[in-house]
Design a protein around this ligand. Structure first.
Ligand code: CS2
Ligand code: MG
Length: 402
């Protein structure tokens, strides 16, 4: 069997997605997600112009060799655009291999290590009361783990809180919006949110929180200490991770578990964090981290240091990535938790899939391959529209991490 063709499907059912479809000379096809929020067409061009010509005629079963060819053969390595492009090819190849061997992808990754994949939902509110209500609502829906975010008093638009009650969707059409941020007001507020949450929702539900890269290391240490009485499942992205050693400062001050990595595109972005056990969960994701092949290597390294996975799973990762993440999460031993932001009904119509949610866990289904498809006719009705993630400024106007 040989790769006969490959093409991109760029669409925007409620939000932008870039999908790679690879077809073999025997008619089997595989799908890969190439979506990079706010830079979608950069990845599409990388695939169209520089990758697809090199795929034609290759053996689709040679997944490792094709991964190495695209990684080492490019000369210019790493970065979210390159690794999202490689990921799209890699995931499509795993999808095809499962279909050709008539087995779900998790069976190609070592088989089931658990019955279901623990997931966490997103709860948010413009204030504490709304956030509490949102956590309670998700618990009633069956979630055993919930991420809680709330508007910070005195800060006009806080991270993770949607505008006017719509589902939280960070990408916006038109040029980047600007939001304001105050670490001082946030640090005084966050413990109050979780103190009230534990009173209202009890001790058993896993509560998570995303700091979204906004604090300095010592501020993050202060936050972690202040949240210890509320025993969070994790504090996410407490500080930017370019300087991995910054996390040692946080680690020295608090036992609140730490998760980071959703913006990582390479194992090397997490190397010091993992081998020094400065984090507890690695959030690198299949679509931005180089695919299933790359994430398996990163997870196996993390397992040596008792670091577990906690893959990113926001709505800007397509249902193809959700499906791949669930096969991956079902199979690997050091799985931690999987983020689950349900896509819109329209997105799910464009990407019909076999995965399902029940009582706090998800399962990828048992269809051969990934168990996800794309309705190309329906996708064509929703053309790409440029969209950007917001930027953030401190109250004095200094640009800061959104
Ligand atoms: C967030 C993401 O889900 C999360 O943990 O950090 O929603 C992130 O803001 C978006 O994926 C950015 O595109
Ligand atoms: Mg995050």
């Amino acid at each position: 069997m040989k790769i006969a063709s490959a093409r991109l499907i760029v669409c925007s059912p409620d939000r932008n997605f870039v999908t790679l479809k690879i077809v073999t000379d025997e008619g089997i096809y595989g799908l890969g997600d190439a979506t990079l929020n706010g830079r979608e067409l950069a990845v599409a061009a990388y695939l169209e112009e520089h990758v697809i010509p090199c795929l034609i005629g290759r053996d689709p079963f040679a997944i490792e060799d094709i991964w190495q060819y695209l990684y080492r053969g490019a000369y210019w390595r790493r970065g979210p655009v390159t690794m999202s492009a490689i990921a799209a090819v890699d995931v499509a190849l795993w999808d095809m291999k499962g279909k050709a061997l008539n087995t779900p992808v998790y069976n190609l990754l070592g088989g089931k290590s658990r019955e279901g994949v623990l997931v966490y939902a997103h709860a948010n509110g413009s204030d504490v009361a709304e956030a509490v209500e949102s956590v309670q609502q998700h618990m009633e829906e069956g979630y055993l783990a919930v991420r809680a975010q709330a508007g910070v008093p005195g800060v006009k638009s806080s991270y993770g809180v949607p505008k006017s009650g719509k589902p939280y969707e960070p990408a916006e059409r038109g040029l980047p919006s600007e939001s304001l941020w105050s670490s001082e007001r946030y640090l005084n507020f966050a413990p109050k949110l979780f103190e009230r949450l534990r009173v209202e929702v009890g001790e058993d539900v896993h509560l998570l929180h995303d700091v979204h890269h906004r604090l300095t290391p010592i501020e993050a240490a202060r936050l972690g200490k202040s949240l210890e009485p509320y025993h969070l499942f994790w504090m996410e992205d407490p500080t930017p991770a370019e300087n991995q050693e910054a996390f040692r400062i946080i680690r020295d001050h608090t036992v609140t578990p730490i998760a980071t990595g959703e913006v990582f595109s390479s194992f090397w972005d997490s190397h010091d964090l993992v081998r020094n056990q400065w984090i507890d969960y690695l959030r690198m994701t299949i679509v931005h981290g180089g695919g299933i092949t790359a994430l398996k290597k990163a997870a196996d390294f993390a397992a040596v240091y008792q670091v577990r996975t906690g893959c990113h799973g926001a709505t800007d990762l397509s249902p193809i990535t959700m499906a791949a993440a669930l096969h991956f999460g079902l199979a690997i031993h050091n799985f931690g938790i999987q983020e689950h932001m349900p896509h819109t009904v329209l997105t799910d119509e464009v990407f019909p899939h076999a995965y399902s949610f029940e009582a706090g866990y998800m399962h990828p289904g048992d269809r051969p391959g990934l168990g996800v498809d794309i309705d190309e006719l329906l996708a064509a009705k929703y053309p790409y529209q440029r969209a950007y993630l917001p930027i953030a400024r401190k109250l004095d106007g200094t640009l800061t991490d959104w």
